[in-house]
Structures are given as C-alpha cells and as structure tokens.
Design a protein around this ligand. Structure first.
Ligand code: ADP
Ligand code: NI
Length: 216
C-alpha cells in the first residue's frame, strides 16, 4: 500500500468510528484538524505522513470516550501494524496521540516533536473561534453540563484527575481551557491564526454577560 492509500484507509477507519458523534468530536472535527495540520506543515515543515496519520487518529483513543486510554492506543497500534507501517513511524504516531490532549490549566504540555506540535496546534485551533464556541456547547450538552451558572466558580486545575472529573459549566470551560490556548500554541503559523479566533471568543463572552447584565 502506498502512503496515499494508507491515508485513505485511515480516514475511512476514523470516519466509521466517529461519524455522527454529537459531542464536537465528529468526523468533521477530524477533517478540519487534518487539513489544518497539512496547512501548518506546509509553512513549518515536519514529516507530512506522520502528521496526517496522527491528525486523523488523534481522537480515536481519547480519554473522554475510553475508560482506559491504553485500550484505545492499543487499537490504533493494531490498526497501524496491519497496514505494515514502519515500527518507528507507528511509535511516533502513537506518541503524538498519547500527548495531544489538554490536561488542565496548570498541567504542562508534553509534546516534543515538531510533528506533534503541529497536530496539537491544529487540534487547539479547532477548540477556539466560532468553531470552538459551537463545539464546546455541543460537548457540554452531551455531557449534561449547564450552560452557565453564576454560582459555580471557575477552577484552575493543577492535575489531570481534577480536570477530568470536574463537572463545571460550559461558560467556565472558556476560562479553564479555551482562552488559555492562544498562549500555548507552538508554531508561529498557529499563533497567528489563534489571535483572531481568540478575539472572537472574547466578543462572544462580552455579549453573553451583557445580556445577563440587561436583566438587572
Ligand atoms: P483535547 O484533546 O485537547 O481535549 P479535543 O479535540 O478532544 O481536544 O476536544 C476538546 C473539546 O471538547 C474542547 O475544546 C471543548 O470544545 C470540548 N470540551 C471538553 N471538555 C469540555 C467541558 N468540560 N465543557 C465543555 N466543552 C468541553
Ligand atoms: Ni480533537
């Protein structure tokens, strides 16, 4: 199988797994992250094949959907072995998928390859801006969280367990993650794109609070 065929097969595999998801992690999230990763790679360099494969597979093993993260990673490894991909490249892809997720405001990122940084930047660009606003409310609804509750305080999570188990509001999620992302981008290309998307979220929140204020 050549690289294009492998990518085609992988996109079909991922589509089958995530199609129809209503938590903001549907196939079209993957499609956007994949294409954004390619776009960033064109400007910043890195191994395109590893980047594309990691972007396509990045949410298949996500902790939000698996009790045990290793179970999802094992599934990816088996899929990649079947495609006869070089072992070293498989390890690179798995390492990116393992480290891509945000784990709390006070938890440092552990991405140490350019390929991983590009995929993480692309994933995070899809968490902000208008797309990010839409996705985060979809997620909150799906997981039974309130939109906004003025009595629930914003939290700065210092470890992954705390972040994972917290059931805050979706508006709080902006402060606990989304507004922090622009300063956690790795590549200059993503930093540039993030600026405008960040501003849009600030405008959205300002309007949201103005509407609350208007009740007084
Ligand atoms: P990551 O791997 O960094 O978690 P994902 O691609 O899996 O990124 O998507 C995370 C997205 O899911 C967030 O950007 C947000 O839109 C949504 N999300 C995750 N946790 C919450 C939450 N507690 N409340 C609202 N949205 C959330
Ligand atoms: Ni994602």
């Amino acid at each position: 199988m050549n690289k294009n065929e492998i990518i085609e097969k992988t996109s079909e595999f991922v589509k089958g797994k995530l199609e129809g998801d209503s938590s903001g992690h549907d196939w079209w999230h993957i499609f956007r992250v994949w294409n954004m990763s390619k776009k960033i790679c064109k400007k910043e360099g890195g191994e395109l094949f590893t980047i594309e494969m990691a972007a396509l597979l990045h949410d298949v093993a996500d902790w939000k959907f698996y009790e045990n993260e290793n179970e999802g990673l094992q599934l990816i490894r088996e899929f990649l072995l079947e495609l006869k991909i070089d072992k070293e490249i498989i390890n690179d892809i798995i390492e990116i998928v393992r480290n891509v997720s945000f784990k709390g405001a006070g938890v440092a990122d552990k991405m140490n390859t350019l390929e991983g940084m590009i995929v993480q930047d692309a994933d995070r660009l899809d968490a902000i801006g208008a797309t990010g606003v839409a996705r985060t409310f979809a997620f909150g609804g799906k997981f039974g969280n309130e939109i906004y509750n003025p009595e629930i305080k914003i939290k700065h999570h210092n470890n992954f367990e705390e972040y994972k188990n917290d059931k805050g509001t979706t508006i709080n999620h902006f402060y606990e993650k989304l507004l922090l992302l622009k300063d956690r981008m790795h590549t200059d290309t993503a930093k540039q794109i993030a600026k405008q998307r960040h501003l849009f979220m600030e405008v959205f929140l300002e309007q949201f609070y103005n509407e609350w204020e208007s009740l007084k």
